[in-house]
Design a protein around this ligand. Structure first.
Ligand code: NAP
Length: 305
């Protein structure tokens, strides 16, 4: 499978693919990130999402380089996102942090650079309270230097996004946030869209993913017969229904997998349409449950949730 995945137009003028490969893992064997990226590109993924704090940029870069060298894709076919970690929020730290990511990835530029969280922290894990409006000035410099084509944020709430929009020259193109059937986020999604900020869904499988055993008890979505019937009706899996639901809401998705068959399964969501009733069924699983609450930062000045 290869080819043209639908895209979402960013305020920067660039196009962001509606599906990207997530690459965060708590644990990985050596080579696993590289292998996933290679399978992803072979499958047709053109967007890869990484971050400096995932400590996988070197391997992700290896996967990208291999596929470019094999002539499967060229750099301009790809959309690479990475993120500024919370310990580099001082304005003067942004460009050095980005240059370090680029060197890890072996790239000259990223397509999208995000402030990973609105909170800032020092190397002892203490809140430094640096205002993200200051950080953003460094992000704008990244665009001027040609090191990032587009810039955006992640895990920002409405007030934070609004304040940043009012105090910036280049507007954030994206807000990457957790969105899935059990955290449907209609309010924040609409808020972003009204301001031409594309809401991108991380953890798009939410409680459908088998990776979240800690939420046993809340995971009815894995077994509920209504969703099972829908999956059967469309000849798809629960995961595909969840991803399709987001894409139909105009929300690009970033499913992560290390499993070749799942990387392919998650990509295979562009040949069917959920009808209104089916969309409502998926929507009905919302319980406003966060898989990624960022609890370590709960007491921080700029904690978003
Ligand atoms: N900006 C942020 O703060 C932030 C936070 C979290 C995540 N992210 C980004 O978003 C990406 C995705 O989020 P995520 O990794 O938390 O969650 P996710 O993509 O919703 O779920 C990933 C988990 O689901 C499993 N899985 C994948 N496809 C499946 C399928 N078809 N059926 C059943 N299980 C499946 C994977 O297992 P296997 O790998 O074993 O196949 C993996 O354990 C991350 O990798 C990262 O790039 C960003």
């Amino acid at each position: 499978m290869s080819g043209n995945v639908l895209t979402s137009k960013l305020s920067s003028g660039y196009e962001l693919p509606m599906i990207g490969l997530g690459t965060y893992a708590r644990k990985a064997e050596p080579g696993q990130y590289c292998q996933a990226v290679e399978w992803g590109i072979e499958t047709g993924y053109r967007h890869i999402d990484t971050a400096s704090c995932y400590k996988n940029e070197v391997e992700v870069g290896e996967g990208i380089t291999k596929k470019i060298n094999q002539g499967i894709v060229s750099r301009s076919d790809l959309f690479i996102t990475t993120k500024l970690w919370n310990d580099s929020h001082a304005r003067a730290d942004v460009i050095p942090a980005l240059k370090s990511s680029l060197s890890n990835l072996k790239l000259d530029y990223v397509d999208l650079y995000l402030i990973h969280w609105p909170v800032s922290v020092n190397d002892k894990g203490v809140d430094t309270g640096i205002d993200f409006v200051e950080t953003w000035k460094g992000m704008e410099e990244a665009v001027k230097l040609g090191l990032a084509k587009s810039i955006g944020v992640s895990n920002f709430n409405e007030d934070q996004l609004e304040r940043l929009m009012k105090n910036s020259n280049i507007k954030p193109a994206v807000n990457q946030i957790e969105i899935n059937p059990t955290l449907s986020q209609h309010k924040l999604v609409n808020f972003c869209k009204e301001r031409s900020v594309v809401p991108v869904a991380y953890t798009p499988l939410g409680l459908i993913s088998e990776a979240r055993p800690e939420f046993i008890g809340k995971d009815i979505i894995k077994t509920d017969s209504k969703l099972g019937e829908l999956a059967k009706k469309y000849g798809k899996t629960r995961a595909q229904i969840a991803l399709r639901y987001l894409v139909q809401r105009g929300v690009p998705v970033l499913p992560k997998s290390f499993t070749k068959s799942r990387i392919e399964e998650n990509f295979n969501i562009f040949d069917f349409n959920l009808d209104e009733q089916a969309m409502a069924v998926v929507d009905s699983y919302n319980i406003n449950h966060r898989c990624v609450p960022g609890s370590d930062f709960a007491k921080f000045k700029f904690y978003p949730f």
